[in-house]
Design a protein around this ligand. Structure first.
Ligand SMILES: *Cc1c(COP(=O)(O)O)cnc(C)c1O
Length: 241
């Protein structure tokens, strides 16, 4: 095992963890209110093995096939696997079978397929609904950049909430990329307002989670209410191309 890799990952992980806890407390929240998903997409298996040795317990992956291989190779390590990338409907079965949580549920069609496979497996999958709060064309997520049209989301959200084998727990978004987190902050605030809107419209515990913030802007996301941050490069270093 590569000791220097383990040491540097551990240092970056712990520093990130501390920054998150300090920022949560400074924002009037509990130190443990935010969970850290370490994004391991495009990272080779040895980086994940070093990460586990460094104490990391939760990975986020974007591509189903790549993730399923890693999950099989790291079977028995007890880590959690979160799917955070767009999932094509035909890959729903693999997601139902292998992941602990899906952050990026972005269509009723995918929800229906996941629900069917989870039913066959006798499980209930925790999911977050992904929203596009910026209007960028190539972004996935339910359209939510215009507040006046949030009520129109009902036709997809209501049937998803009724699916017995999915457990909706909150919202996720991937805002436009800016080097300056202050430019991303308004999108985090919009997702938070959408959470309040949905919680009022569909009362119940299912809106608690907010998955937002990456390596460059996670502290702004924590200040705006994130309960999950998804951080890759700031902890694991640059990704292979
Ligand atoms: C890659 C990715 C991240 C992490 O990005 P970093 O810049 O490595 O922190 C977070 N969320 C999603 C959806 C991603 O695709």
């Amino acid at each position: 095992m590569n000791e220097s890799m383990i040491t540097s990952i551990r240092e970056r992980y712990q520093r990130t963890f501390e920054q998150i806890a300090e920022t949560a407390v400074a924002s009037g929240r509990a130190a443990g209110a935010v969970r850290l998903v370490v994004v391991s997409k495009s990272q080779p298996l040895e980086v994940l093995q070093a990460s586990i040795s460094a104490g990391i317990t939760c990975f986020g992956e974007n591509y189903v096939e790549e993730a399923v291989e890693k999950i099989a190779a790291l079977h028995g390590t007890g880590v959690e696997w979160h799917m955070i990338g767009h999932v094509q409907s035909r890959k729903a079965e693999a997601v139902a079978a292998h992941f602990d949580m899906l952050h990026s549920l972005d269509s009723l069609k995918l929800a229906n397929r996941l629900d069917r496979f989870c039913g066959e497996l006798g499980r209930r999958l925790p999911v977050l609904l992904e929203f596009n709060v910026s209007g960028e064309e190539r972004k996935s997520g339910f359209p939510a950049w215009e507040q006046e049209r949030w009520a129109d989301l009902a036709s997809e959200i209501e049937p998803i909430l009724a699916l017995p084998h999915l457990q909706v727990r909150g919202l996720m978004s991937m805002p436009p990329f800016f080097d300056d987190p202050e430019r991303t902050r308004p999108y985090f605030q919009r997702l938070r307002r959408l959470q309040e809107f949905l919680a009022k419209r569909y009362p119940g515990p299912q809106w608690q989670e907010l998955s937002m913030g990456t390596s460059v802007d996670f502290l702004a996301a924590v200040q705006e209410g994130a309960t999950f941050v998804r951080i890759g490069q700031a902890i694991l270093g640059p990704r292979a191309k």
